[in-house]
Design a protein around this ligand. Sequence first.
Ligand SMILES: Cc1cc2nc3c(=O)[nH]c(=O)nc-3n(C[C@H](O)[C@H](O)[C@H](O)COP(=O)(O)OP(=O)(O)OC[C@H]3O[C@@H](n4cnc5c(N)ncnc54)[C@H](O)[C@@H]3O)c2cc1C
Length: 373
Amino acid sequence: MTASVPKTTDVFVIGGGPAGLAVAIAARQKGFEVVVADGTHAPIDKACGEGFLPDGLAALERLGIRIPLGLGRPFCGIRFVGADISADAMFPGRTLGLAVRRTVLHQLMMERASQLGAKLHYGTAVSGISAEGVHLCDRFVRARWIIGADGFNSRVRRWAGMGEGHRPRMRYAFRQHYRIPPWSDHMEVYWGERCQGYATAVTNDEVCVAVASPDPHLRLEEGVKLLPHLSARLSGAQAVSAERGSLTGNRQFRRVSKDNVVLVGDASGTVDAITGEGMGLAFSQAVALAESLPARDLAHYEVQHRKLAMRPLGMARLMLTLDGRPRLQHRTLRVFQTHPEIFQRLIALHVGVLPPTRMVWDGLTLGWRLLTA
Ligand SMILES: Cc1cc2nc3c(=O)[nH]c(=O)nc-3n(C[C@H](O)[C@H](O)[C@H](O)COP(=O)(O)OP(=O)(O)OC[C@H]3O[C@@H](n4cnc5c(N)ncnc54)[C@H](O)[C@@H]3O)c2cc1C
């Protein structure tokens, strides 16, 4: 990390979370000068399921980052657990996902961005932008491109006048880590009447647990109690991190760029946590953005941004139809159990191995099986 912020740069990235660092890396790979400023101190932790599906991992590798074995924990597929039934599917072609603590990921991404020559400034909040550059509390930095990677409540989006978009149905999510040997080699989704639980082992003795619900008052401990199978797994396990909360849901904006200001990551829209795709999506957006900058072709970025979001948004909608519907959850899980090839195909679709056009066909197949189950 460097001491003083330069007076000028090609690209100024506001927000040094996963999306901001991904832009820094991708823009440096294209030869742009890059400055990143984040108001908080590194390494940054955040409420997150901390899992990368195989496609997200591939996007991370395109940025030149491989998570060393021992710093994360691989998983081979997804398991859905209902009240009295469960079903699981492996990732296609024996590919693996990987779970990794946010703080570890952040450290690795900072190292990669620094090695490439990006100038990183944590504990440095941005207070405003103008057409020429970025205002920090005590100075002004000229920038050709201003990138808003400042998360869900993006102020850059408001400063640039890109609008608030529609207010979708959001859910409230909390996460915490438990010291316990992993009991599964899958990323697990626990379906309940009032909430869902997610469990992913991030090391050989630590499991990341998250709970998401439309109820703002349902905190993690209470949520886990509503999911008896998860609760039994965690019985006696010690919580080893602070509980963190966040909003989650599908949110889209009409545009993600205006003049020389461009949004990326959660600032540019979100996909629900159930997809496990938020970071992978941000990494692919970062690469698409860096490809658009040399030709100053933000229309290209807008098109790519919409395309990239299509699959995870569609999958989130499909999966969230089960939210709060115990009978439908039971029937769906029974179909997945008796026809594992359907679940397998949906997972292949989810990680981008099958084209999105298959979503309609697989949705219809599932619907038919549900009707006839
Ligand atoms: C419960 C839950 C589970 C999830 N599980 C997964 C999962 O398993 N896998 C996955 O891939 N994704 C998951 N996600 C999504 C993922 O966490 C987000 O998509 C990801 O954090 C987005 O990164 P970002 O860099 O866009 O935003 P953030 O991580 O929010 O980073 C934004 C940064 O901007 C900084 N900032 C804000 N304003 C300013 C300012 N004015 N000046 C300077 N800095 C500023 C903030 O300090 C922050 O560090 C999950 C999300 C939730 C809520």
